[in-house]
Design a protein around this ligand. Sequence first.
Ligand code: SF4
Length: 206
Amino acid sequence: METIKIEYIINTVQGEGRWCGTPATLVRTFGCPVSCPWCDTGYGENKTDHGYAVMELAEILTACRERHVMITGGEPMIHRQLPEICEALIEAGKFVQIETSGAFWQDVPDDVWVTFSPKDHCSSYKSKPQFWARANEVKVVISDGREMDFYGEKLKSFKGEKLFQPEYERRQWSTPLCVQLAREYGGRLSIQAHKLLGLQIGRAHV
Ligand code: SF4
């Protein structure tokens, strides 16, 4: 495999969604062009400098100590090496989860759990329609409720898990709305547990 730019790999817990609380290795890939206004990884409108390491597949496999491996970003789907990394991790006995905006498509193995968090409402990078069939869970970040103009109809027929996550800075206002949407669509409130608990999700191994 050709090398890939990785911002960092840490052993921590998954803080969001279906696998919240699961011990997991987080692989944060480098780069994202989607530019969401509220991005909390420094790839949004207010971009910050990011370092990265150029890594070989074998180095990635060695760094993934937990059975659950979540590959996030940035936007992992911009990296053409992604399917090969997923295949190698599955071959090594890992459960692989990818978190994506869905703005780029990669044909990853069927065993990969895909968390799809579309950003059509806040970015010019629109999600690829095939994610509504491929994703295992859809996570809609709710800031003011207008997001549902983009996703409401699609969520009605979506077969996987439906998660409504308050945009963190507006959580006092948007949490009740998320609960209401969870009732309406047969979904769940998604909590960013790592933020509420002050868990370390940084560059150091935990
Ligand atoms: Fe940030 Fe994700 Fe939006 Fe990229 S898609 S700018 S990483 S929130």
